[in-house]
Write a protein that binds this ligand. Structure first.
Ligand code: PLP
Length: 437
């Protein structure tokens, strides 16, 4: 009775005082939260009523090492007790930030070697655009201001990253149509060339892309795509930025998603998995070449920095998180369990009629739903949200994507997932789809 009362109270307080991020406003107002989570352990989350669910999304694609890792709590407590915060502006520094930057240089692809820290992915992307534009000022080409991204991309919600997000509803939300941002077809490197030519190559600062596109519907680029993109960028002298906010830190079965494509970008953005969500941290890595140019050409001050750039506690947590990923072989496990997930999806495809396409890389996966798979006819109203609801009732959290007429369910379970847990996830998913069919 007491628990029920407190749940009721929290529901009312939530509805009255808490404006939720990226949420259906009316539904949130009418119904309140569907889960009030209180605990997490491994791949499982428990809510205030004692319901347990498999976190098939690693929450927001980020809890790579799983929930309830006391090692990370301990490191956070120790660092906070010793030095919770100090500034990294000007000439101040701290040991966790220094050691993390050095570690990132060791694990990042190719000659990516210098890191600028932020608090998350949106800030990381905005930082990359600003650093790219400033780079061209330093190089005597100030007209290179435009950023090209892809049509189905998601790069975050700061003003720059909103404008770079190809998914229109995010831009329409605030009328974000800055002409310095333009969009190339999601899968076509030749369309990138078309946009560059149409806009004028001398006006383009950079092209940004997610190695595997997540929030926009789980799109895996064709095998040669990034090699072709890199060569087009080289041809026109345009910087290539990869957004590894989801794909970094083992998610795809390699340390960074771009490693699948054998390309090294000029800048690489990261966030999420660097701390597995245990602390707020993101950043941008610069190639040795860009970094050297900065060092040689800059005469003034780097006028871009967040209060929490290089936050000691967040950096200490990141270092420990990376240690866990390495010691527990979680990147290899992502590859292995990714294959298992794909096998499970294919089994479901054989059993159920409404699977149009199975897609994914490592522990990022998606199922496209169709009314008729012979003709690829879509449902008039997307059914992916219904699958998500049915899955939640049965104890699995996943996510639907319905932008641009898509009807897709996406998955990104924690990298620590076991074969048994994967089998359970697949079983629940099958039953949820059957219930909707
Ligand atoms: N970039 C990508 C590819 C993302 O998926 C996200 C968030 O989902 C972001 C950037 C934004 O990161 P954040 O929410 O930490 O600002």
């Amino acid at each position: 009775e007491k628990v029920k009362n407190s749940v009721q109270e929290l529901m009312e307080l939530d509805k009255k005082y808490f404006l939720h991020p990226t949420s259906p406003i009316k539904q949130q107002q009418d119904q309140g939260p569907s889960f009030i989570f209180t605990e997490g352990k491994g791949v499982m989350l428990t809510d205030i009523l004692g319901n347990t669910v498999i976190d098939g999304m690693s929450s927001l694609w980020n809890v790579n090492v799983g929930h309830g890792r006391e090692e990370l709590g301990k490191v956070a407590m120790e660092q906070m007790s010793k030095l919770a915060f100090s500034s990294c502006f000007a000439t101040y520094s701290n040991e966790p930030a220094i050691r993390l930057a050095a570690k990132l240089a060791e694990i990042a692809p190719g000659n990516l070697n210098a890191t600028f820290f932020t608090s998350g992915g949106s800030e990381a992307n905005d930082t990359a655009y600003k650093l790219a534009r400033h780079y061209w000022i330093l190089k005597g080409q100030p007209n290179r201001k435009k950023i090209i991204s892809r049509t189905k991309s998601y790069h975050g919600v700061a003003m720059g990253s909103t404008n770079a997000t190809g998914l229109k509803p995010f831009r329409e939300f605030t009328n974000a149509f800055d002409p310095d941002f333009c969009y190339a077809d999601h899968f076509s490197s030749e369309d990138l060339r078309r946009v560059i030519e149409a806009e004028g190559p001398e006006t383009i600062a950079a092209f940004i892309a997610e190695p595997v596109q997540g929030a926009g519907g789980l799109h895996v680029a064709p095998d040669d795509y990034f090699k072709e993109v890199k060569s087009i960028c080289n041809e026109y002298g345009i910087l290539l930025i990869t957004d590894e906010v989801i794909t970094g830190f083992g998610r795809t079965g390699k340390y960074f998603g771009i490693e699948h494509y054998g390309v090294v970008p000029d800048m690489m953005c990261f966030a999420k998995g660097i701390t597995s969500g245990y602390a707020q941290l993101g950043g941008v890595m610069l190639s040795e070449t860009i970094h050297q140019d900065y060092m040689e050409l800059s005469t003034g001050t780097l006028l871009h920095g967040y209060t929490y750039s290089g936050h000691p506690m967040a950096c200490a947590v990141a270092l420990k998180n990376i240690e866990l990923i390495e010691e527990e072989g979680l990147i290899a496990n992502a590859e292995k369990m990714g294959a298992e997930m794909h096998k499970g999806f294919q089994w479901i495809e054989g059993e159920r009629k409404i699977i149009g396409k199975v897609k994914g890389l490592g522990l990022m996966g998606g199922l496209e739903l169709v009314k008729d798979r012979n003709t690829n006819e879509k449902f008039q109203n997307p059914v992916a949200p219904l699958v998500v609801t049915e899955a939640a009732k049965r104890g699995l959290i996943c996510r639907s994507v319905v932008f641009d007429g898509q009807d897709t369910v996406v998955f990104a379970p924690p990298l620590i997932i076991s074969k048994e847990e994967m089998a359970k996830m697949i079983d629940i998913l099958h039953d949820a789809i059957a219930a909707v069919e």
